[in-house]
Design a protein around this ligand. Structure first.
Ligand code: ADP
Ligand code: MG
Length: 231
């Protein structure tokens, strides 16, 4: 059984619908989609040790099957530059989350490398009841959330279609570079769209997938957050 199949069946066995960020990112890695390096910590001492090993700056995030939108509950702290900051952030995240009324299971705290700020893009997927798996592309932040500036294609997509999707959004000129914004590596985004297309074709149990955001650089791109929801 592949890594991916094993994770999917474990999630179903636990009657969960959404994968943990760790599970989603292991799957992405299996498909060759770049993600920020990460490891799970079960204590603040472990978090500090992992942070030292990964190198600074570091981001800490809560890992819980009940928490889908981590920053909404104070579950994400970025820009940690040394052991002390990691220790304090760990304590703060646990206390933010334990204030929630709902029953939440804490799996641990994800320690990950902080990706330098860059142009943020989103690659998503949904399973349309009529057309089956489909892919979405847009730029991060207001472009998707407020302006709904997105492009869709039915999966699987070809390389040409992936390029078309990127070229279609109104914010496209930003990816070509504008004033102080450097150009983004379009080929790296095309590659992520193609690999995501393969993933959702291979695993039709995926109902929703959200790589949000993907930091795109002049050379390369990296996924900093990933959500996968099963049917
Ligand atoms: P949420 O579940 O709230 O969507 P995210 O993992 O997306 O949580 O974290 C919230 C925000 O923090 C992201 O949109 C991104 O701007 C920033 N962020 C998270 N992880 C990283 C990282 N590894 N490197 C840089 N920025 C990050
Ligand atoms: Mg996110």
């Amino acid at each position: 059984m592949s890594y991916v199949t094993r994770i999917m069946s474990q999630v179903q066995k636990e009657s969960r619908k959404s994968l943990l960020e760790t599970e989603a990112k292991i799957i992405l890695k299996e498909y060759g989609i770049p993600v920020t390096e990460f490891r799970l910590a079960k204590s603040k001492h472990e978090a500090m040790k992992i942070a030292d090993e990964l190198g600074y700056p570091i981001v800490l995030k809560i890992v819980s099957p009940e928490i889908i939108h981590k920053s909404d509950v104070g579950g994400v702290i970025i820009n940690l530059n040394n052991r002390e900051e990691v220790q304090n952030a760990y304590v703060r995240i646990i206390s933010n989350v334990s204030r929630l009324k709902a029953d939440v299971r804490l799996i641990g705290v994800l320690v990950q490398k902080m990706a330098p700020a860059a142009t943020e893009v989103i690659v998503g997927a949904i399973k349309d009841p009529q057309f089956g798996p489909a892919l979405m592309f847009g730029l991060g932040g207001i472009f998707v959330e407020i302006l709904k500036d997105v492009a869709f294609r039915i999966a699987p997509v070809s390389k040409d279609e992936a390029r078309e999707m990127i070229g279609e959004v109104k914010a496209y000129p930003l990816l070509k570079g504008y004033r102080n914004i450097p150009p983004a590596d379009i080929n790296a985004i095309v590659d992520i769209i193609l690999k995501t297309s393969k993933l959702i074709m291979d695993y039709q149990k995926i109902k929703e997938l959200d790589l949000n955001p993907i930091m795109t650089y002049e050379k390369g791109a990296t996924t900093v957050d990933a959500r996968i929801i099963l049917e």
